[in-house]
Design a protein around this ligand. Sequence first.
Ligand code: NDP
Length: 340
Amino acid sequence: MTQGAIVSGLSSTMLQPTARTSSAIWSVLHRQTMLTVATYGLVYQCFIPFTIASQKYQSNQFMKTPVVLVTGASRGIGAAIAQKFVQAGYQVFATTRQSSPVGTVDRVLRLDVQDDESVEECVNAVLAQAGRIDFLINNAGISIYGAIEEVSLAQIKAVFETNFFGVVRMTQAVLPTMRRQASGRVINIGSLAGFLPMPYQAAYAASKHALAGWTETLDLEVRRFGIRAILIQPGFIRTDIDRNSTTGALRKDIYGDERNRVIEKLRVSVESGDDPVTVADAVLQAATKRAPTIKVLVGRGARRVRVLRTLLPRTVFELGLRRQFELGDPPKRVHRHTEK
Ligand code: NDP
């Protein structure tokens, strides 16, 4: 009964002011008041915990918003991935070696994946701010052009330091946290060059082949902790990777023409490649899919080449690759140590 009804009940009994009616009035008034207080109390009791719960829910929600750490997010594929996760409502930490901003990402951290200390500081900074890491996206990578004879050992090591050991450092730094959480995903950005030979890019191809083996093995080892490892293998993607590539320090004229021809073909392929957003879409899917595939090909080229590589006999596939890159033909003469 509402307060209005109590007042109207009271006013109707006041029309006969006798002792009996007066005590009846007081009894009704008392009962109604108690009822009202009880009703208010009930509503109050239900409402207050609800308010507190809703405040707690909101702060818990922030704590529970999945945390993503993207390496090499200053440009190209990394920038597209960071942006994609921001749009999807995740807490994103984007890294760069520079001090420049990263799109609309709020939390930008300095990170050089070649440097142990830098890796430790970066991971500690994420944990201090967010308390957890749900997705590690190992995207930072470099490339180098040149014949195998033209690239110095120091240059090859530098490629591995970023593309392979950089991933190793980051993964080892993040795994203890993911094990404690009993959940997490490590998503590595591999390449078409991680399942194909790539002329005049041997160091890059070797580092991405190593990454493929590493990722598959990681997934075998950590799946029992609720952690998954996924390898994204894009074909050619339109970024500045080509412009940021170095060339072999030990130039040899014998390779000059062919090397330059192949580099030009690779440059054109990157320039006309797929949008980095296609890779970002695949990474977001790999992060959210309940049962993700361990190797994900991205882009028209990558899928076509994978099919050809699987279906064609090795010699036929290799011939196609030679034609594609206009590589010089092997000599017809049979080597004297080989069988006739
Ligand atoms: P970009 O050259 O455009 O970007 C490379 C990113 O890596 C930059 O953000 C750079 O950040 C970062 N980086 C380089 N070295 C380091 C380092 N030592 N420590 C931390 N960050 C570093 O290349 P893409 O966006 O094209 O390449 C991104 C990834 O995608 C790479 O792993 C690449 O191998 C792979 N990929 C690219 C393809 C393509 O066709 N573009 C195809 C297949 C795979 P900063 O300089 O700001 O520190």
